[in-house]
Design a protein. Structure first.
Lengths: 228, 199
């Protein structure tokens, strides 16, 4: 690779020492370096993974308090069922037991799907969503500061009279379903939510719905609602 | 009249400068490198709109695959050793220097304590194969996963827990992990997702 050039060329005079220039060809060196760079670029994690922060309720004591605080007309219970099905109902489960049609079926679709969870949540939480959209617009136009925006959004999301959502993933749903449901809440600006295990009553509701209200007809409902 | 002489140009390009640049770049990449830990299972994380990043350091990552196998990775080496010693104490196992060194080399914690000394005696390449067969026991009768996290949280107060699970994992498996964490008073987690802005 190192090249020794005899200078001048042509007629070399006898007796005179030859002029020598030493040149090293760096091309292979560059090639090798490029390869190594490529390796390091692929092997390193320059981009950190995204993450969704989640806080689970502290067990027992706090939960009961919060549960009793939730107003029935503001509570939405979402049941994540098998094969990407979502069931939801408003208010108390006992009302739904009597009337099967109150348990509604939703999909994970976007805003243009009128049967989707997002469409329903956005409809219920319209005022808060509009408020936040207005704030975001103001922030984008640099009228309000970043910190102020964050604080205001937090206030709106944690509003005591706002929507409360309880997500109950059944044992048939997948991890992706849970993340999707949490995403829908984030999109619809709902800050108050809890993840809970489905109660026996909730599972019964799904079964009842799948059989078209057959279970409700067969069993004595007054006893069941008393149990709840 | 003399003839117009065409000069002979040499095509030799001096690559020295180019080489300098590449070496510089290489140095940068080498110094900033933090390697992606190799995982015994391939996990496809679910997409989410969340753009938040996980913290830089002090992370304990819980890997959960579709069959519910649980593995752990810790980014702080000094903590890792302390936790291993604690676990050894709890199970009446003392590890040799060689075993401890082997434990530090292996980024994944993923075998039951009973097979741990045996596992650490093996070569690193063999360990990776064995890892696929085992996982940390996390059921109610033998919840070693809980103990690992408990000791890790005790040795490092700033520890944050990241959960990386496959999107097709059945919910009961995830719930089991969350329940174990709640039982040792760990309530905040980072669920690792990949950005899906299209949603």
């Amino acid at each position: 690779m190192a090249e020794v050039n005899t200078g001048g060329g042509g007629e070399a005079k006898k007796g005179k020492p030859k002029k020598q220039t030493l040149r090293v060809d760096f091309t292979p060196m560059v090639d090798m370096n490029m390869l190594l760079i490529t390796f390091f670029m692929f092997a390193t994690s320059l981009a950190k993974p995204q993450a969704m922060e989640i806080a689970m309720p502290v067990k027992d004591d706090v939960k009961k308090e919060e549960k009793s605080k939730v107003k029935d007309d503001k509570a939405i219970t979402i049941l994540l069922g098998k094969s990407n099905k979502i069931f939801y109902y408003f208010g108390k489960p006992t009302d739904v037991m009597v009337d099967n049609s109150k348990l509604k079926l939703a999909s994970y679709g976007g805003m243009d799907d009128h049967n989707s969870l997002r469409f329903m949540l956005a409809g219920r939480n319209k005022i808060a969503m509009e408020k936040i959209a207005r704030l975001k617009d103001q922030k984008d136009r640099k009228k309000i500061k970043e910190d102020f925006y964050k604080n205001e959004v937090k206030k709106i999301k944690n509003d005591k009279d706002g929507q409360v959502v309880i997500i109950k993933p059944t044992s048939d749903c997948t991890y992706a379903n849970l993340i999707d449901a949490l995403d829908e809440l984030a999109i619809c600006c709902i800050g108050t939510y809890a993840i809970d295990d489905p109660s026996k009553g909730d599972l019964w509701l799904i079964k009842n719905n799948e059989t078209g209200g057959k279970l409700a007809k067969e069993s004595d409902l007054s006893a069941l609602s008393a149990k709840k | 009249m003399s003839k117009v002489k065409t000069k002979k140009h040499s095509t030799f390009i001096d690559m020295t400068a180019m080489s300098d640049v590449t070496v510089l770049l290489l140095t940068f990449f080498m110094l900033t490198a933090n390697f992606i830990p190799k995982e015994p299972v391939q996990l496809i994380t679910p997409g989410s709109i969340s753009e938040a990043k996980i913290p830089d350091s002090n992370i304990l990552t819980v890997l959960v695959d579709t069959t519910g196998h649980v593995y752990l990775t810790m980014d702080r080496r000094d903590n890792k050793l302390a936790v291993l010693r604690e676990m050894g104490k709890a199970y009446g196992i003392t590890f040799t220097k060689a075993q401890e060194a082997s434990f530090l080399m292996q980024p994944i914690i993923g075998v039951p304590m009973s097979t741990m000394p045996d596992f650490l005696n093996k070569r690193l390449e063999d360990q990776d194969k064995i890892l696929k067969k085992y996982s940390i026991p996390a059921d109610s009768t033998n919840n070693q996963f809980k103990q690992w996290v408990q000791y890790a949280a005790a040795t490092n107060k700033e520890l944050s827990i990241a959960i990386k699970a496959d999107q097709a994992t059945p919910y009961p498996k995830i719930n089991g992990v969350l329940m174990s964490l709640q039982a040792i008073k760990q309530y905040r987690y980072h669920l690792i997702t990949k950005l899906d802005a299209a949603k």
